[in-house]
Design a protein around this ligand. Sequence first.
Ligand code: HEM
Length: 485
Amino acid sequence: MSFVLNELLFLLQHYGDIILAALISIGIAVLLSRSLRRVATSKSSIPGRLGLPFVGETFSFLSAASSTKGCYDFVMLRRLWHGRWFKTRIFGKLHVFIPSIEGAKTILANDFTLFNKGYVKSMADAVGKESVLCAPQESHKRIRRLLSEPFSMNSLSKFVQKFDKMVCERLKKLQENGKRFAVLDFTMKITFDAMCDMLMSITCASLLEQIEKDCKAVSDAMLSFPVMIPGTRYYKGIKARNRLMKIFEEIITQRRRVKDSPGDVLQSMLDRDLNKTEEKLSDSEIMDNLLTLIIAGQSTTSAAIMWSVKFLDENKEVQHRLREEQLSILRSKPDNALLTLEDLNNMSYGSKVVKETLRMSNVLLWFPRVALCDCTIEGFEIKKGWHVNIDATFIHYDPVLHKNPTQFNPSRFDEMQKPYSYIPFGSGSRTCLGMNMAKMIMLVFLHRLTSGYDWKVDDQDASLERKSHIPRLRSGCPVTLTTLQ
Ligand code: HEM
């Protein structure tokens, strides 16, 4: 033993500096190789935690979605931990959240070719496989083309007065009752009734009630587990869908028999009856898409209107400026005249208020797609089959793209926005089909609200509704209206 110690002492005394140099070199080499490996990884692989196979971070996601902070809280936390780009595993699938306009452009400009909507069986079963939401590329292109015409601003002009009349009557009734009411309940009902009127001219209260109940069941079934067991959301949704298809079928048969022409969206579809197959929609295509339009339009538009009321309440200067513009439009018209498309075109500040509401409220938080092949975005490797979520919310709140992003400032739209920096309606071949309708509904509502009334938000609680994929105030935004003097 003492011999070994002596040997070591001898080596240290004579070769100490060489041994020290060797140890330092090995240390440096190890550190260098580690950091080089980190650089190589950070260049191509996306940071994030995948957790256990299949389960991943599903429970954290569900817990955020069930809280009053909403499911985007899950995304924000991971950004704090991992940075702008991150990956996670939810419900057994690997998800990447895409935070940039470059990423949004790459994905949205290559919809159907390099990326596609993730196919969810329950969704196609609920809204129908011929819905624009689920149809494969070729039929999507055709169905979308044949559906689009009645959604142009010009075609919508005939609905402006119809909707305006509806808003006037209902706001007046609410004010007369003098009661506090939740804006969200009001907007859910009025957008639903207005859409059924514009799509199919349905105005009968009991029929509207029945259709609304069934549409809600279908919407709830879209992301459920697809098993036909009585009592489940899926089962109830499929049953509701069957009832709706019967109602739509009867309306179509009746229309063809009576040759009535009410000038609604359904009529514009039926007007193609004599065209070649390629140039018309089959009855099942019409019915699947009527259902799709109602479901895609009601909760989005009503949530957006609710947020506009909240933002305007918190920003009195903006509210004042908007009211001035709307009053000047009102004063320029004969007493009790209804709005026209031209009036809407003159609401330049109103349009910016609508835009800013959509930027800040992010009714659709992110747009989900699946990569159809391996690819690289901004140096990050994406593998075939990964889910990529275009994070519109992050883009809309990016201070580099939108100065003081948390400030409600409609005048920011005085300046041109960078492409893909403002995408509340998506972009490319899947751009929102109802965006003109949504804008029209929002403008008419804001006109009547600000030119006729003042309001007080009775509950300032900012908590969000639990388990809702669309951010909405838990309170529904209760207000009390008073008539402007
Ligand atoms: C403020 C209200 C609305 C917002 C913020 C909104 C937002 C969006 C967005 C972001 C998309 C694209 C999603 C993606 O790329 O994954 C979309 C698609 C769609 N929207 Fe809207 N939407 C609104 C109102 C409406 C209305 C009123 C209708 C119909 C009457 C409608 C019908 C549709 C349809 C059918 C699609 C699917 C288009 C396709 O895949 O080709 N939306 N919407």
